[in-house]
Design a protein around this ligand. Structure first.
Ligand SMILES: [Fe+2]
Ligand SMILES: [Fe+2]
Length: 179
């Protein structure tokens, strides 16, 4: 692996651990490993795909002098789909799940992130845009909505073509997570 690529991977995993350790170490996040998402992925893998894509977008935008808050993007990304845990018991239909899970995700996020910002809450609430729900209210919310759609494509292509998105970064993130 090239030095530059390794440096970027270290940077991205380091930022995710810096702002997300609490969430990653929680029992609630642990429950994402057993929840199937997008038919063939785990909710954990989807969530990490969103968080990595979001953190990478922040890095790019900040380099372009577009000020984007990494902390809110990373924390909201890690929590955005927690409301999908046990979805079959919580929601009657897929449509109900799409519409209602952001509210449940915010409830979970409030427990895991003491003093969570209003912006982080709003990011979670609008992450389903433009499929459903209200439009994003901040640059950070646009980043997470885009990262979520991008990650959904990655979830499907990973299954169809058998590749693994950002395996090294995921390994680095999980290396710090206590069990
Ligand atoms: Fe979602
Ligand atoms: Fe998602």
């Amino acid at each position: 692996m090239g030095k530059r690529k390794a440096a970027i991977e270290n940077y991205i995993s380091g930022r995710i651990r810096l702002y997300g350790d609490n969430i990653l170490n929680s029992q609630e996040f642990g429950n994402t490993t057993d929840e199937v998402h997008h038919k063939h992925s785990s909710l954990e893998d989807h969530t990490l795909n969103v968080t990595i894509a979001g953190a990478k977008l922040c890095r790019r935008l900040n380099k372009m002098h577009i000020d984007v808050d990494e902390k809110d993007v990373i924390q909201a990304s890690l929590c955005h789909d927690l409301g999908m845990i046990d979805r079959d018991e919580k929601y009657e239909t897929d449509k109900d799940a799409w519409k209602q899970h952001p509210v449940e995700s915010v409830k979970s996020a409030r427990k895991l992130i003491p003093g969570m910002s209003k912006r982080a809450e709003s990011i979670i609430m609008t992450h389903m845009w433009p499929i459903c729900g209200e439009r994003p209210r901040s640059k950070e919310a646009v980043v997470v909505s885009i990262a979520d759609k991008y990650a959904s494509i990655i979830d499907w292509t990973s299954y169809i073509f058998g590749h693994s998105y950002k395996r090294n970064i995921k390994r680095l993130i999980k290396a710090r997570v206590r069990v």
